[in-house]
Ligand binder design. Structure first.
Ligand code: SAM
Ligand code: ZN
Length: 419
């Protein structure tokens, strides 16, 4: 294809996403078998499934812009065909300039084409270099960006240092991680190498994954005397995504490191505990509920994964706009907002009931019973069969039994091995 002064020499098609029209690789032309993952077979990366990720990114950037109340500059150093950065320029009010970049020459050309197609040449620049090199060039105080969006294929950690350095004080850093096999504990060594924390294959491994990404960001930022505050995070489909406010200062860095710690998990009775870093030494290695050997995940982020005010602002933005994934995005926003004050980890009813060899009661009924019993309890966006609560595994077990068998005595002390 040759027009708009850019040559594209592979099959393409025009798609509409949000308010933009972009030329993308025609994915069907690059797969031989239906089982192949089309986005990585094409000469330029484009994944239509990530539209929801990009929709939420637009809402988060707008919510951020509203908190700073001035024009902002944005960088997307791993841009593929450029759809995300172009959407930021067109759909987010108050975006002055966007710099998009990709190391792949074909991606660069396609992104340039798309910038022209959307008549954004004045506000969107396109570069073709290594992301770390580009970010390093923007690490001096007056060259930094207000917001940086790192959306790689796999782990964001190779770009973390340079992205943190190129984000201004009070700026927003957004990260995607798609390497769920390491983060969810299938390849624990790879996770320890990349994120500096041990994962664990529990039923809430997606939350552990998200907290490992936040923890790694907190530790990396602390090296530069920068503190972090997660404004919004979600785990959706095959990825986790975090939006983090960066604040410069040794005090801020120390404060955010106070959120680092471990999740202790008992595979026998579902009991979990959180321990902050300084109290791990000397902690018992047996489960305090059933005495089994306890396993752990971490170090990871134990603090809040989202900020309620920021979630409300994103919800208001979503309400105003029309977009294809609106219903699903709004559901995620509402659930994450209720999780702002929730404790780490969640219980998955199917898993507990299958171990107890009993039918699964509805999440709603268990939530109500927990609240009636004086516990904080809410659903979670991580898993629709999941429950976040201040109640212990033992208490939840006894509540499930009472729900299923209301006339029998509630044996609170009953342990899993005794079923
Ligand atoms: C997942 S894709 C980006 C998708 C895009 N952010 C979106 O929302 O559609 C990751 C991109 O990173 C690019 N990339 C990989 N390593 C890079 C590096 N070191 N510097 C710059 N770009 C790189 C790849 O060429 C690929 O296009
Ligand atoms: Zn136990």
């Amino acid at each position: 294809m040759k027009n708009l002064n850019v040559e594209i020499d592979f099959p393409t098609e025009i798609v509409t996403e949000g308010q933009v029209r972009v030329l993308v690789p025609k994915l069907s032309a690059f797969v031989e078998k239906p089982s192949e993952y089309a986005p990585s077979k094409a000469p330029v990366f484009y994944n239509p499934v990530m539209e929801l990720n990009r929709d939420i990114a637009v809402l988060a950037l707008q919510a951020y812009q509203q908190t700073v109340k001035r024009e902002i500059t944005v960088c997307e150093p791993l841009a593929g065909c450029g759809v995300r950065g172009i959407r930021f320029a067109l759909e987010v009010e108050g975006v002055k300039k966007v710099l998009i970049n990709d190391i792949n020459r074909k991606a660069y050309k396609l992104a340039k084409y798309n910038v022209e197609l959307n008549r954004l040449g004045e506000r969107v620049s396109v570069k073709n270099m290594d992301a770390n090199l580009l970010l390093a060039r923007h690490s001096a105080p007056y060259k930094r960006f207000d917001a940086i969006d790192i959306d790689p294929f796999g782990s964001p950690t190779p770009f973390l240092d340079s992205a943190i350095r190129a984000t201004r004080d009070g700026g927003l850093l957004a990260l995607t991680a798609t390497d769920m096999a390491p983060l969810c504990g299938v390849h624990p060594k790879a996770c320890i190498r990349k994120y500096g924390g041990k994962p664990l294959r529990t039923e809430y491994c997606h939350e552990i994954a998200l907290r490992l990404v936040l923890g790694c960001t907190a530790v990396t930022a602390a090296k530069h005397e920068i503190g972090i505050t997660p404004l919004f995070s979600h785990s959706t489909d095959h990825y986790v995504r975090v939006y983090i406010l960066l604040k410069h200062g040794a005090h801020e860095a120390n404060e955010s490191l106070r959120n680092m710690g471990y999740i202790l998990h008992c595979f026998n009775c579902f009991h979990r505990e959180t321990v902050h870093e300084d109290t791990l030494l000397g902690h018992a290695s047996e489960c305090s509920n059933c005495g089994s050997k306890i396993d752990y995940a971490g170090p990871l982020w134990l603090g809040k994964i989202a900020d309620e005010k920021f979630c409300t602002s994103m919800e208001e933005e979503a309400q105003k706009r029309q977009f294809k994934t609106k219903k699903r995005a709004q559901k995620i926003l509402a659930l994450v907002k209720t999780e702002c004050e929730a404790p780490p980890t969640y219980y998955v009813l199917d898993k507990m009931c299958s171990r107890m060899r009993v039918p699964v009661p509805s999440v709603k009924v268990v939530l109500e019973a927990l609240k009636k019993g004086g516990f904080i309890a809410m659903p979670t966006h991580f898993n629709l069969a999941g429950i976040k609560t201040t109640a212990s595994a033992e208490k939840i077990t006894s509540i499930i039994k009472t729900i299923l068998n209301p006339n029998k005595d509630d044996k609170v002390g009953c342990k899993f091995n005794n079923f």
